[in-house]
Design a binder for this molecule. Structure first.
Ligand code: MG
Length: 252
């Protein structure tokens, strides 16, 4: 009985609220200009001719000509090669990272796993794009090549499997378009907010504003450790001659 009375009371209150609301805003008579604002204006950006081309406010990280934006991790000089406008991983020489650091960003990367298929599982065209030097978006040839799902192409390695497998065949150029929100930390090192990532692989959504659980770890659970607001982008040497080209970034 009490429940019925409460339900009735709630319904009456809801009807009353709707009527009161309707009296405040008469949408047939109001001034539409009151809900428009003009300042601050959105900055003008000239888009590329295609979705792959860098827009006018992007920082070009690799245009096929030189390694001026990069350094090696074993030695300062980048040990990888440039062939036909693409940088190619030299197995065993170590990864490379950008000289500049980045936080929140939109990043475009094109990659190509080797046409000559060698190895299987994690051994086929393996590399990786590490946001902030520690959060790995996996690069792998998973075209008819099975591995653990949270370690395949489009995954955040050992954390987040991709929504779908959108791999092109080995030897073909592929794209990653990444929107990354950096984690935030308190002064004392405690985590304020987790990192988030959206990834579009060859035009297909594979990570949808997904939340990261920490830095990439090969063994054990991911963990967050306080780091700077801006950290380099790192490309992994996993021993396979995977290639990269047309890498650009927009700071957000
Ligand atoms: Mg990798």
């Amino acid at each position: 009985m009490t429940t019925t009375r409460n339900l009735l009371l709630c319904s009456l209150l809801a009807i009353g609220f709707q009527q009161a609301n309707a009296q405040v805003i008469d949408r047939t008579k109001g001034d539409p200009k009151l809900s428009e604002y003009w300042e601050p204006a959105a900055p003008v950006v000239t888009p590329g001719r295609t979705a792959q081309d860098a827009p006018s406010d992007a920082i070009m990280l690799f245009d096929g000509k030189d390694f001026s934006q990069w350094e090696g991790t074993k030695k300062k000089d980048v040990p990888w090669t440039i062939e036909d406008g693409a940088m190619v991983v030299k197995g065993g020489s170590g990864g490379i990272r950008t000289k500049r650091g980045f936080g929140d960003c939109q990043l475009h990367v094109e990659f190509r796993t080797p046409a000559e298929v060698k190895g299987e599982g994690q051994g086929r065209g393996n590399s990786g794009i590490y946001l902030m030097d520690r959060y790995e978006l996996q690069v792998l040839d998973n075209y008819n090549n099975k591995t653990y799902v949270n370690g395949q192409a489009g995954s955040i390695y050992k954390q987040l499997p991709p929504l779908v497998n959108a791999c092109r065949p080995p030897g073909e150029w592929q794209t990653y378009d990444i929107i990354f929100t950096a984690p935030r930390f308190h002064e004392d090192g405690r985590l304020k907010s987790q990192a988030r990532i959206t990834v579009i692989h060859n035009g297909v959504l594979v990570q949808n504003d997904a939340t990261l659980w920490g830095g990439t770890e090969y063994v054990g659970s991911p963990v967050y450790k306080k780091h700077g607001d801006k950290e380099p982008i790192f490309l992994q040497d996993h021993g396979n001659p995977t290639a990269f080209r047309n890498i650009w970034i927009r700071e957000l």
